[in-house]
Design a protein. Structure first.
Length: 94
């Protein structure tokens, strides 16, 4: 279970290299099609193209003890989440 700070919406996640990172939650999304909750978050670092790193995970459990996240399981989920993120970006730009 990842540590969750409700005040400033941060979680501690462990990257694939085993390094713990402080990440800021950008938004959550509840998909009506599959009934799964998702969380989008960032480590506030830029990628090679100068874009903000944004990650997505399944939101498995949220409690006062922390937040439990899980992996996106297939390409259909990734496609769905990319569309959700794109729509959110458009909403911010208008």
């Amino acid at each position: 279970m990842e540590e969750f700070n409700d005040e400033n919406m941060h979680i501690q996640v462990v990257d694939p290299n085993g390094v713990e990172k402080d990440c800021e939650i950008i938004m959550t999304y509840q998909c009506m099609q599959n009934g799964i909750d998702y969380v989008f978050y960032t480590d506030n670092e830029l990628d090679d193209d100068g874009e903000l790193n944004i990650y997505a995970s399944r939101l498995l459990n949220l409690s006062e003890n922390g937040i439990e996240i899980g992996d996106i399981e297939n390409d259909e989920e990734w496609d769905l989440l990319e569309n959700v993120l794109e729509e959110a970006r458009k909403g911010l730009e208008s």
